[in-house]
Design a protein around this ligand. Structure first.
Ligand SMILES: Cc1cc2nc3c(=O)[nH]c(=O)nc-3n(C[C@H](O)[C@H](O)[C@H](O)COP(=O)(O)O)c2cc1C
Length: 188
């Protein structure tokens, strides 16, 4: 596995988990490895991190709403087709439910439906949310649909509880993504 990855394009989705505050560090790590990173932020995600921070660390304008007041058209279909991987970290329970059921009321979820590249989700939530049968059902559905699920880590959670639900460390996320990218390069 190489450290430099010029030409590889990452679509990086950030959703409304408290762990979204860690997303800029993950984006920065991919940039340091020379990936081209296009961030897509959901409305929930923007409550926990800012487009300005994500734009600064990625070097690209952050995509947010599908409904732009300026009447600008974003070709999300082309964006999804041109990317080498779609990574959603953190992925909220709401995000998992929408992906598993084909809902696309946000730019990120429309991109997911248009994407033909490998997709990685890194769920992050409180332990009881993670254990909930509806969340587990959605995760199982996504795995069946070919999505690569990076399971949450176990440890101290934002709620003060301890258990499974933490967003894995940045090194774990980047290694997982590079593994998926190298598998897809071998397959093509
Ligand atoms: C303080 C706070 C923390 C939250 N943390 C999480 C979380 O860690 N994981 C999660 O799945 N949802 C969490 N939620 C709920 C989501 O933010 C909510 O479902 C939101 O609609 C998700 O938005 P999105 O689909 O636009 O990303 C949290 C909500 C609040 C108010």
């Amino acid at each position: 596995m190489t450290n430099k990855a010029s030409n590889k394009k990452i679509l990086f989705g950030v959703t409304g988990s408290i762990a979204a505050y860690k997303a800029p560090s993950i984006v920065r790590c991919f940039k340091q490895k020379d990936y081209d990173v296009q961030v897509v932020l959901t409305s929930g995600g923007s409550r926990f991190t800012t487009p300005l921070t994500l734009s600064t660390v990625s070097g690209n304008t952050v995509l947010q709403s599908m409904w732009d007041d300026k009447g600008t058209w974003h070709n999300h279909v082309r964006l999804a087709k041109e990317s080498d991987v779609l990574i959603i970290a953190p992925a909220s329970a709401n995000c998992l439910a929408k992906l598993a059921n084909g809902l696309c009321d946000e730019m990120l979820y429309a991109l997911y439906l248009s994407a033909t590249c490998p997709v990685i989700v890194a769920p992050a939530m409180d332990l009881d949310m993670w254990k909930h049968s509806s969340v587990q059902r959605n995760v199982a559905q996504l795995a069946q649909d070919g999505v690569h699920v990076l399971e949450p880590a176990t440890g101290f959670l934002a709620s003060g509880l301890e258990g499974q639900g933490r967003l894995p460390d940045v090194e774990v996320i980047t290694a997982f993504a590079e593994d998926v990218l190298s598998q897809s390069a071998k397959a093509s």
